[in-house]
Write a protein that binds this ligand. Structure first.
Ligand SMILES: [Zn+2]
Length: 142
C-alpha cells in the first residue's frame, strides 16, 4: 500500500507543472487508515507547496494517526512561503512521513528530515525513489 500512495503522490507531482516553476513539482498524499484523505501539489511560486496544499484540505479535522507521502524532502527554510517541515512537525495528527527523495538544494539537504525526526515523527526515505527521481531530478536545484 505504501508504494501505491507514493505513486499517487507522484501523480500529484505531475499536476504541478508548469505553474510551480521554478519550484520543483512536488506531490503529497495524506492517508488515514489506508485511505487517502488529502492530496496536493506545488502551487505557483508564493502559494502553497504540495504539503501545505494537502494539509489545507484537512484543516480543522480530527485524526489520530495520519501518514504523509511526499515525493521530495519537505523544505526546512522560509522562502516565499513558510517551511513545510515546520508545519508538519507542528501537526500532531501526522505521525509518519514517507519521503521519496532528498532535496539536494543546500538550503534543505537533510535539514527537513531533521526537523521531522526531532519532532518525534517516524521518517522513511527512499520509497519509489527510482520512479520519482526519473521525473523530479531535472527540476531540482543542485
Ligand atoms: Zn515546502
Amino acid at each position: 500500500m505504501d508504494e501505491i500512495f507514493m505513486l499517487a503522490a507522484l501523480a500529484q507531482s505531475r499536476k504541478a507543472l508548469p505553474e510551480c516553476l521554478p519550484n520543483p513539482p512536488v506531490g503529497c498524499v495524506i492517508t488515514d487508515a489506508q485511505k487517502i484523505v488529502a492530496q496536493g501539489y506545488t502551487q505557483a511560486p508564493g502559494k502553497h507547496h504540495a504539503e501545505a496544499n494537502a494539509l489545507q484540505q484537512i484543516q480543522g479535522q480530527t485524526f489520530n494517526f495520519l501518514k504523509m507521502y511526499v515525493t521530495l524532502e519537505p523544505c526546512s527554510f522560509h522562502g516565499r512561503t513558510p517551511a513545510c517541515a515546520l508545519a508538519i512537525a507542528e501537526d500532531s495528527r501526522i505521525h509518519e512521513i514517507y519521503v521519496s527523495i532528498l532535496d539536494p538544494d543546500l538550503r534543505n539537504n537533510g535539514q527537513g528530515l531533521d526537523i521531522l525526526r526531532k519532532a518525534g515523527k517516524t521518517v522513511n526515505v527512499g520509497l519509489c525513489a527510482n520512479q520519482v527521481n526519473a521525473f523530479l531530478n531535472q527540476y531540482l536545484l543542485k
